[in-house]
Design a protein. Structure first.
Length: 423
């Protein structure tokens, strides 16, 4: 019997949703035939039959969220029919032995257990560290990991729920309120039920929520904001457009790769367990992309070694594939720095969340013409854009953030400097 399981098909993947089956129990399937459609954190994927045979059992219902390693269905491979009877006999004997073993264990367990002594808390040192930072008494956290082990997510969820748990009223007071406001509450309940639509909290939306929660609970976010004069860059882009139609975002990426090369602390990852900061050698630029399914981050690999024209081409292709849900796991993993270009959507400012486990993210906001006082005390009209650099304060400080942003700003305000840096 061949088991079809949910395997890890992407970096950091822990679970997936079963969207739809292409087969039913009893169907004959060919090897590599698509049999089930799954929704993971970043993509929709199809699982294929690992062998030719008959679908014997489907264990998971459509719409169910399952962890990696779960058996979804079983296929009786061609050529194993003759062995079925022997296998069933062996199973019966095994069950018979298990029943006897269970009976013996039951007898042994009739002895009273000791209840004195401290309770053993199953949690890794790093998990305990997170609990201390969040002022969480780990003894009150219920573990959802293997054998009841407490995970980092358990601690973070406990911290989230603590405030609401602390404000719960006593049962007696709650009962009095219920009696006093019963009539109003019943009417309000009926009204809310009639006016409420339910959106399933699963799939990519649920995975995004988990990642954002991990980031905000783990990283002390600091936001540095700056304004950049885009006038010369827009003019330069207009001049070269007949020869190279390159988007402004491609210039942003190239300027960032230069600034990151000079300030590598922002192109890094922090490993708290090993107590070290790892400076990444290449710049792999994550492009935060808004899709119907939610936010997704395709990656332009080795952007520091590519021209503005190539960056522009790859970026547009990746964003198109993201919106069409056609990205591969390789195209969505390995980013070392992420950008969020929300200006075209009308944003004038934000405090974005870092794409964990990276240490920084930069957001570009709306460019608009405003009056500016120049160096000669003259009022002139310039195209100005706000940017936000969000960084991990455990890894670096405000002085470095300002220096990094200033370097990026200088490259955009004098775009011909980019040509010098390309040599």
């Amino acid at each position: 019997m061949v088991e079809v399981k949910l395997h890890d098909i992407g970096e950091g993947m822990t679970e997936g949703d079963v969207l739809a089956y292409f087969i039913q129990e009893g169907d004959q399937v060919e090897e590599d035939q698509p049999i089930v459609e799954l929704q993971t954190e970043k993509m929709v994927a199809e699982l294929t039959a690992p062998a030719k045979g008959v679908v014997k059992k489907i264990y998971i219902a459509e719409g169910t969220t399952i962890p990696v390693g779960t058996t979804i269905l079983t296929i009786e491979a061609e050529g194993s029919i003759e062995k079925k009877e022997a296998a069933e006999t062996q199973k019966e004997e095994s069950n018979h032995s298990i029943q006897f073993a269970a009976s013996d264990n039951a007898k042994k367990q009739t002895k009273p257990e000791k209840i004195n002594g401290p309770t053993r808390i199953k949690a890794a040192p790093f998990t305990r560290k997170i609990a201390r930072e969040l002022d969480v008494d780990i003894e009150f956290v219920e573990g959802t990991g293997k054998s009841g082990r407490i995970t980092i997510e358990d601690v973070q969820q406990f911290a989230q729920n603590r405030e609401s748990a602390a404000t719960k009223v006593k049962p007696a007071v709650k009962q009095l309120k219920k009696q006093f406001f019963q009539g109003t509450a019943e009417k309000q309940s009926v009204s809310e039920k009639e006016e409420t639509d339910i959106i399933p909290f699963k799939g990519r939306r649920k995975q995004i929520a988990k990642k954002m929660t991990t980031s905000i609970f783990t990283i002390p976010h600091v936001h540095h904001m700056e304004e950049i004069d885009m006038t010369e860059l827009l003019q330069f882009r207009k001049e070269i457009k007949p020869h190279a139609d390159v988007s402004v975002a491609a210039f942003f990426i190239k300027a960032l790769t230069i600034a990151l090369r000079e300030h590598p602390i922002f192109n890094a990852k922090l490993d708290e367990k090993k107590e070290e900061i790892r400076l990444e050698k290449g710049v792999h630029m994550g492009i935060a992309t808004d899709t119907e399914e939610g936010l997704i981050v395709p990656v332009v690999k080795n952007a520091d070694n590519k021209s503005i024209r190539i960056i522009n081409k790859e970026m547009k292709e990746l964003m198109k594939k993201a919106r069409e849900n056609r990205l591969t796991p390789k195209e969505m993993t390995g980013s070392t720095f992420t950008i969020s270009n929300v200006g075209p959507m009308g944003s004038i400012g934000a405090t974005p969340i870092i794409n964990y486990p990276e240490v920084a993210l930069m957001a570009f906001h709306k460019t608009k013409k405003i009056p500016v006082v120049n160096e000669n005390d003259e009022i002139v009209i310039r195209s100005m854009m706000n940017v936000t650099l969000t960084f991990d304060h455990r890894v670096t400080d405000g002085g470095n953030a300002i220096a990094f942003t200033n370097r990026f700003k200088a490259l955009l305000e004098k775009p011909k400097l980019l040509l010098v840096e390309l040599s």
